[in-house]
Design a protein. Structure first.
Length: 264
């Protein structure tokens, strides 16, 4: 049973996005320019600012990660956003229609997440595959909506084209909060397959749950790299409960080792 996602959502505009499915299946990712702009984007940006200012100070350490907890401006990740505005955001259009078009079947949405690389912080994202954490068959997909301009200097996504068709790779524990496991046999051949994904606010990158990806630190001194993320499960997906329990135990161990407050 999967209990961390919405019921199967109703999509109304799937046909608009079926053009992206072939590239997604071949490469493991697609980029949709100007996917979410205008009033919808402005509303989302405003609600994210509100959440950071009003909700984050009330959250346990396990739901809001900082580079330095004493410095609010170093907030780098928010998980499991349960605020009334966000809790079912993944059922909204146009996100849910694109997800169904790529998955090929109706989908469920996980609670939203938010990622940042604050300027001047040493916060790389290790190479990893999302489904090593999520443990679903078929694998999920992740939508990554740029809230800021994203380039090589402030830590763009780097996708290893086609690796979603090669299965899960070995992962091992990292010291990166928010990414407790990283690929342990990462090598130069993997790096040679990387594609840098540069985005403008409102552009959307979507990647398959078993696509290898990573990101460098933000090397700028004055630019954030913020993104709003939605993870979608196929309506027919089943979870490998044993693997997921093992992963969650590793997360708890990492958090305990870092002295973080647990939820509840």
């Amino acid at each position: 049973m999967i209990d961390d996602a919405t019921p199967v959502a109703t999509a109304t505009g799937v046909e608009e996005f079926t053009q992206y499915r072939e590239d997604y299946l071949r490469d493991g990712f697609v980029v949709v320019r100007d996917f979410f702009t205008g009033e919808g984007f402005d509303e989302l940006a405003g609600e994210l600012d509100r959440y950071v200012a009003e909700v984050v100070p009330t959250l346990p350490d396990s739901d809001a990660f900082f580079q330095d907890r004493k410095s609010p401006e170093t907030l780098k990740q928010m998980q499991h956003m349960v605020d009334p505005f966000f809790v079912e955001y993944g059922t909204r259009e146009p996100f849910v229609s694109l997800a169904e078009a790529l998955m090929g079947e109706p989908v469920r949405a996980q609670k939203p997440e938010w990622f940042n690389k604050p300027p001047g912080t040493d916060h790389p994202t290790p190479p990893h595959q999302d489904n090593f954490y999520i443990n679903l068959d078929p694998p999920p997909l992740t939508m990554w909506l740029a809230m800021d301009p994203v380039d090589a200097e402030n830590g763009c996504l780097r996708y290893c084209t086609g690796t979603h068709r090669e299965g899960l790779r070995p992962h091992a524990r990292t010291q990166v909060l928010g990414f407790s496991q990283g690929i342990s046999d990462w090598n130069k051949e993997d790096e040679s397959r990387e594609v840098e994904v540069f985005l403008e606010p409102g552009d959307l990158a979507v990647h398959h749950g078993e696509l290898i990806h990573r990101a460098d630190p933000n090397r700028t001194t004055d630019r954030h790299r913020r993104a709003f993320a939605l993870v979608y499960y196929a309506g027919s997906a089943e979870r490998n409960t044993e693997a997921h329990q093992q992963y969650m135990q590793q997360v708890v161990q990492q958090h305990e080792g870092m002295g973080l407050e647990a939820d509840g």
